[in-house]
Write a protein of this length. Sequence first.
Length: 189
Amino acid sequence: MSIALTKLLGKMDAIIDGVSSRADHGFNTFPFGASMITDWNTYVAELARFFCHVECAILDSGGREVNLKFDFWRCCKLLQKDFGRNSDKAVFELVRTGYEGGMLKVLKSAARRMAEDYADKQILVLVSLYWERRSPNELFSDATEYIKQYGALLPEEFTEGAAARIRTNFFEVLKQHPHLMQRMRQIGR
């Protein structure tokens, strides 16, 4: 494989673990209050503080002021993946009742989603930079080498017909590569 592709795959592989580790650190160092909160304003403040705290941990920044409305909104947008369009209300019900772990469950979900989101963004940036620096011939050659190295891990329908699906969607394949490797490591456990 080309040196550029080998470096890219190595960097991307480390991103998911690194971001997840920093998100876990943010989760574990957050001064967690009660698993049940019955006041809406307290709930908004707690979710916003948590979002800000974990984001600073993921970005490895020194910290910043919490913006209650903005950080709460951003957190709710992430939680929509797990709790639906009205995540703010659904999550408040969990927190208010303490059902299924209450606030702890919500904060775990938010931290996991934040880690996924930031890792995907970092991977996209790396793949985009790699893509811009390679010529079409180099990309074709890299796709061929990628297929030789990782084709056995991919579904058969992707590799049939000279792996045309991989070659034509090589950008997307590269973006998904770290997730593929992560799943393979989980299978081996």
